[in-house]
Design a protein around this ligand. Structure first.
Ligand SMILES: *Cc1c(COP(=O)(O)O)cnc(C)c1O
Length: 375
């Protein structure tokens, strides 16, 4: 569950320290007035933690998706495939660069269906954006095989599964770019903010320039005389966010372990007759949301009411389904297109998401499972 739940004096002290160490709130320039570069430090710490070669801190996850698309030179005339269970930001980023979003249905992993993916590829397809929704990894082996065969880039949207793993690697490291969000609902938070990672030095350079008005950050020149060769935009992270991000990142393992304890307490106690969201092989989720699929609508509504009455809620499914399922995005897609997303809607209709909160105890989760079993 969100990093905001573990915010304490450490984040507060880190913010105050930024003011004590020169009070420079911008990540770049003002070199002689500052004692520290917090955003740069956050980038170093993040890439070490995730095990990627480069990390670039940015203003949001949505910005990260746009930066990745722009840096891969994707624009008008191009198609980008993403999934029907998603957050709307991914589709917005594709539209914002002028490309066409193509939507792939999900299967019972609640992530991109690799079988359907194949049928959507044509010679206009320039990128695939698999999205590791609510802590569970996509079937990256199959998706990467397809991307290699057709030479299509992958941008991994890992805004919702920081700390999750696949094939013993951290989610986010499989694509040409991996994108993370630190908005207030995510596994770690800086209020707003994000990170974009890549192992490719050249892709890191292009993204870095684009996110900062095209600045090449030429070490031989002061910022005001800096060299440039392409226009960019401003998607920079601030120093206050960087300082808070460093503290939150240091708590990530604690957050994931705390999630896991509660998730497993609930899952082990819950009757085996309940169908769980399908977890692909060699994958470890970030344990921040437990999902069951219940066919019977009356039974389903009873469970939803129980989760709500007991103060747990039902994160996104069904709480905020309209913002997370392409079936409801009639301001973006035609009614004919929307019909094709019915498969995803039908699966999501059965899903009940239980948020794992660090503010609730293991015993409370056990007790909830017991109550579900005896409905
Ligand atoms: C949160 C989220 C984003 C966007 O991140 P912001 O930092 O809020 O802009 C993108 N994709 C997914 C799947 C998300 O959950």
């Amino acid at each position: 569950m969100p990093g905001f739940e573990v915010i304490d004096k450490k984040e507060k002290d880190a913010a105050i320290k930024v003011f004590d160490q020169g009070g420079i709130l911008m990540a770049h320039g003002f070199d002689n007035l500052r004692k520290k570069f917090h955003v740069r430090e956050f980038e170093q710490n993040f890439k070490k933690r995730i095990n990627s070669k480069n990390a670039l801190a940015i203003s949001s996850g949505t910005a990260g998706l746009k930066i990745a698309l722009k840096s891969l030179n994707i624009g008008p005339g191009d198609e980008v495939i993403t999934q029907a269970f998603n957050f709307i930001a991914t589709v917005e980023a594709i539209i914002d660069v002028g490309a066409k979003p193509i939507i792939c249905n999900v299967d019972e992993t609640l992530n991109m269906c690799s079988k359907d993916l194949k049928s959507l590829i044509n010679n206009k397809t320039k990128a695939i954006i698999p999205v590791h929704m609510l802590g569970f990894g996509c079937d990256m082996k199959k998706i990467m095989k397809i991307s290699k065969k057709y030479k299509i880039s992958i941008i991994e949207d890992n805004c919702e599964a920081l700390g999750g793993k696949l094939y013993n690697k951290n989610l986010g490291v499989f694509g040409d770019y991996g994108v993370f969000s630190f908005d207030f609902g995510k596994n770690i938070t800086t209020g707003e903010g994000g990170m974009i990672i890549t192992d490719n030095k050249n892709l890191d350079r292009i993204a870095r320039e684009y996110h900062d008005h095209g600045h090449e950050n030429n070490p031989k020149l002061p910022r005001g005389r800096d060299t440039k060769n392409k226009p960019g935009f401003n998607f920079r992270m601030t120093e206050l966010q960087g300082a808070i991000g460093n503290v939150q990142l240091s708590k990530l393992s604690k957050i994931i372990n705390g999630n896991k304890l509660r998730y497993n307490a609930f899952d082990y106690k819950l009757d085996s007759k309940f169908k769980r969201r399908f977890l692909i092989d060699e994958s470890v989720p970030s344990f921040d949301t437990h999902i069951i699929l219940v066919d019977d609508i009356i039974y389903r509504n009873e469970i939803i009411s129980l989760y709500k009455d007991q103060g747990f809620g039902t994160k996104n499914l069904p709480d905020a389904k309209e913002w997370h399922c392409a079936y409801y995005w009639d301001h973006i897609f035609t009614s004919k297109e929307i019909k094709k997303f019915t498969k995803t809607k039908n699966i999501l209709d059965k899903a009940i998401a239980l948020p794992i909160s660090l503010r609730k105890s293991k015993e409370q989760y056990k007790n909830l499972a017991h109550q579900v079993n005896s409905l």
